[in-house]
Design a binder for this molecule. Structure first.
Ligand code: MG
Length: 364
């Protein structure tokens, strides 16, 4: 090595070239996602489709009914007073100038079903046609708008997450027809010191069609901007917007969702496993028959004991005692019938509420 400094420089150059190359390769494995400023009219509009004729589902038994068409007992105005929205014919309707309506109860993670109808015949254009909105936690808006043959900016059309995400498709029904949103919402998580741990996420179906596939929100939605996340309560009211248009709502119910699990499978290992001496373990090896068509085989690989059932995959089992063995990953156990010398005559295999009696037919 005559010139170590030069060699190191070349090495550094090769390394950085490799890193950049791998970054490019990583990049090209994803669709390029162009960026847009808020409410850009040039942002591509999602394709228009005709949704299926889904009807209004009855709520499941564990749903909290927020509006069944009769009264606003679960709702107030923005100041906690009775709402001036009107109720008739099984729906509630925005009363212009009365402000938003909000649920008395607060909610965090929910599956929300809500139906709405924009006025018919349609009045106004763009954002002035049947505008309202469903606000999760009063902060995260799924836009309500008459987007049937009505162009506006893509991130503000019906089912858009307002100012952030256009829907994947425009599944709007004509003015005045009932439409549905099925929304799965995960609230943002904040640490005790207010730091954002997890942003909010939304999955939305518009008239039964997927329009947001678990997207991550940049922050609370807003007009002409989006706000940065600021720590807030775990449960806040759901609200609907008074944007001056007599939009109707009906059949509003939700299910509160449990805390999301982390990605680990719910795997537990058998407790109290013991190690048997190799000469003891050797006694168990061989073939066991449930009936002429069903049999078990037991073999060992190193210090591991493996069992299979009628030629299926080999699965590890461990000893809990000389009589009892347990499968490692599956909730199944084997209880051996031993002779006076401790040799197995057979076993009972129990799994998933079933029981099989197997008799030993051959040693290994
Ligand atoms: Mg709106």
């Amino acid at each position: 090595m005559t010139n170590p400094a030069g060699f190191l420089r070349r090495l550094a150059h090769v390394a950085s070239t490799l890193i950049i190359a791998s970054m490019i390769m990583n990049h090209t494995s994803f669709a390029q996602s162009p960026t847009w400023r808020i409410h850009d009219i040039n942002r591509p509009h999602p394709p228009v489709i005709t949704p299926g004729s889904s009807t209004s589902p009855t709520p499941p038994s564990d749903a909290i009914i927020l509006f069944d068409g009769k009264d606003l007992s679960q709702w107030t105005d923005a100041n906690g007073r009775p709402s001036k929205w009107k109720v008739e014919n099984g729906y509630m309707e925005v009363t212009k100038g009365s402000g938003e309506i909000r649920s008395k109860q607060g909610f965090g993670d929910v599956q929300l079903h809500i139906e709405w109808a924009s006025p018919a015949p349609a009045q106004g254009k763009g954002q002035d046609r049947g505008n309202s909105g469903v606000f999760l936690m009063g902060k995260y808006e799924v836009q309500v708008l008459d987007s049937y043959q009505n162009q506006t900016y893509a991130d503000g059309q019906a089912a858009a997450i307002y100012g952030q995400y256009p829907p994947l498709v425009n599944a709007s029904r004509p003015s005045g027809e009932w439409q549905s949103y099925d929304i799965i919402f995960r609230r943002p998580r904040f640490a005790n010191d207010g730091q954002l741990l997890q942003p909010a996420r939304l999955m939305v179906l518009h008239n039964g069609v997927l329009v947001h596939d678990n997207v991550t929100l940049w922050g609370p939605t807003n007009w002409m901007e989006y706000d940065a996340y600021a720590p807030h309560a775990d449960r806040l009211p759901i609200s609907m917007q008074d944007h001056g248009s007599p939009v109707r709502y009906r059949n509003i119910w939700l299910r509160e969702l449990p805390e999301p699990l982390d990605l680990r499978p719910p795997m537990a290992k058998p407790e109290h496993a013991i190690t048997l001496a190799p000469e003891v373990l050797a006694r168990y090896l061989g073939k066991y028959e449930v009936n002429p068509n069903w049999h078990f085989n037991l073999k060992h690989e190193g210090d591991k004991l493996l069992a299979n059932f009628s030629g299926q995959r080999w699965l590890e089992i461990v000893a809990l005692s000389e009589r009892k063995f347990a499968m490692v990953k599956t909730a199944g156990d084997l209880e051996f019938d031993l002779d006076s010398a401790g040799r197995p005559k057979g076993f009972v295999f129990r799994m998933g509420g079933s029981e099989f009696v197997a008799k030993r037919v051959a040693g290994e």
